[in-house]
Design a protein around this ligand. Structure first.
Ligand SMILES: [Ca+2]
Ligand SMILES: [Ca+2]
Length: 82
């Protein structure tokens, strides 16, 4: 885990991936967001992440899942530049 990593900032970053503004992050939105950050294997990571954190199985990351996603995202070494 990197120094200076803050879960709340990560959550805000992840929420900014919600491009259609429905309050949930779809697998596609996550993929696009990760790509934008220059994360490699964005599609694969997005797929794994949604499978891992999606609690109700609708394929979308909603508010209650985003906490888990932020924890999960720390594995990617997300560096926060917002
Ligand atoms: Ca969305
Ligand atoms: Ca869900």
């Amino acid at each position: 885990m990197r120094k200076g990593w803050s879960q709340r900032t990560t959550e805000q970053l992840l929420k900014s991936f919600d491009t259609n503004g429905d309050g949930k992050i779809s697998r596609k939105e996550l993929k696009v967001g990760l790509k934008r950050l220059g994360i490699r294997f964005a599609g694969f990571r997005a797929w794994r992440a949604v499978r891992h954190v999606d609690s109700n199985g609708d394929g979308q990351i909603c508010d209650e899942d985003i906490d888990e996603l932020a924890k999960y995202a720390s594995r990617w070494g997300l560096s926060i530049t917002i």
